[in-house]
Design a protein around this ligand. Sequence first.
Ligand SMILES: [Zn+2]
Length: 652
Amino acid sequence: MKRITVFLLLLLLAVIQLAAASYDVFRYIDILHTDLHINVSSHSSALDGEVHFSAVAVQDLNEETSIGMHAYRLHIDSAAVNGERAEVYYHLPIPPPEFFVIVLPETMSIPEGDTITVSIWYTRIDYPDMEEDRDGYYFFKKDESRWGQTALETIGYTMSQPRDARAWFPTVDKPWNKSTLSMHITIDPPVNVIANGELLDTVDNPVGSVTYIYDHQYPIAPYLFAFNFGPFEEYGDVYNSIDGRDIPIASYLIDDDATWAEQANAMMKDMLGVFEEMFGPYPFERYGMIAIQPFKFAGMEHQTISTMNRTHFLNERVVAHELAHHWWGNLVTCEDWKNIWLNEGFASYAEALYTEVKYGIPQRDIVMKRFADRYFTEDSQTRYPIYDPPDEYLFGRAIYQKGAWVLHMLRNIVGDDSFFTALRGYADQYAYSTAVTDDLQHVFEQQTDIDNLDWFFSQWVYQAGYPVYQIDSEVTEAENQGMYDISLALRQIQTNAPEVFQAPVEFLLRHEQGDTVFTFWNDQREQNYLFSFESKPDTIIFDPDNKILKKFDDASSVEKMAGLPDRITLYQNYPNPFNATTVIEYAVPEAMSIRLRVIDALGREVKILVDGLQQAGVHTANFDASGYASGIYFIVMEAGGFSKVRKMTYIR
Ligand SMILES: [Zn+2]
């Protein structure tokens, strides 16, 4: 009976608290240091602990200004402010609560700017109606399975992003809450505990347990806190940083995986070298990777100790991604999850950058093409902007793959030198702090030739979708002898997206003397470019280096991609309708026999244009209809079991 009364009273108080809390109760204090003490078991999922925050009051604090914190599936046993016991009230709805407030003792008042310590003692419990996979802390006995993966040893670890840190310790569980960290993990031997930063000491306790004391001197957001335990062996090495530091690196592996250490350490060192050249010195005191199974993700960039799904431990792209996060995500952290693309778009693009340095631009372009394809597949189901995505798409393909493309396009617009200078400038300005999309934009506006990038960020970041182009070209002999008039018509036909994607657009004209690239500014939905040229182009290629994330309308008459076509294609003839000649373009991805012919509306063969072996590439055939009746004709292309028909109209 008493319990219920107390419960109702607590609810009432919580409602009062929140009614008054139109201000942000999570920002009343600025946490400078988090001192976390956790007890875990090596044979059950039990977890309890205490956390001591050293903070600064951001405003005057007293019993009317309650300090807000997050906790999920935690029971708060007690709390204290500056060593004095303080009351705790939970937010609705219950169960399970997501946050609580700490009320200062009646007699206490702390002026703005003063230091304050907040201590909380807690026990992890199971509430009813908890969301699946929001464990925060995961414990697996040997041979236990989850997500289709089986534990090879008994292990425990944490995984918090985006908002599950609060499921293993109470804190202001926001990415902007960065503090330095010390972590004391107490557990029964024999296991090894691996956590953020440096292992300072291990202490044998009288009861037989061991406490691992880790210390991390750099600011870290709660979602990047991590500890892991299990029979992990450390395989260490040293990386020589460009700024002269000897940085310890390590692989943490169970015995089964011991042979991976050498390759993994070599990979880490190689990537550190590549990324330091591009992004600046590695920003923390050490780096390591631990191989975990079962793990729900491919990897997670826990600060200084990335958690890798065992299946991906030697996966170059995943290794590069998690390491790159140490600049993009960990050094510069997105201020809130609306800006998650600043973490994930960057780390994804770093995969492409590493590929570029290591294997060359064609391989990089293959990575970018896969990114585009993956994004298009998701986009065909659901479309959303990469800024402030719907909650269920926080880790969607647009965030990762389109995010990477946004950076690639930005690079192509400002140029390589400016891009990497601005990128390092952005890292410097927001180092060990947080940033929003606007901050990135302003750095690029200050550090490149382009003073205003509103148009770019508006269309690519704050709005959804991509351009779909329809392109036609016409080449005629100019009045001026030996010159040709080139007419290019560029249309954007995308729907449910910005009316116009502005961009510098490139057209490559392939002619007898070689290739010539023309660049135009495209800022209208329908735009024509007219100019004279001294050669007759055989082929006109739009965006030859594939600099824009885009699709084409099938009716476009201009070749679509640089390099070799990836499939057998018959393009629409141009001009169409025509009098009396027209050009027919077709593409084959490899050398093969093809037959290209024209038939009339009754199916009678009119003319065979091509019959024989063709090399890989884009080819052109001309059809001269002089002497035939006006009307409808069909072009039929047959190649390698493939047959394609296009309709054309001859007007006399
Ligand atoms: Zn990531």
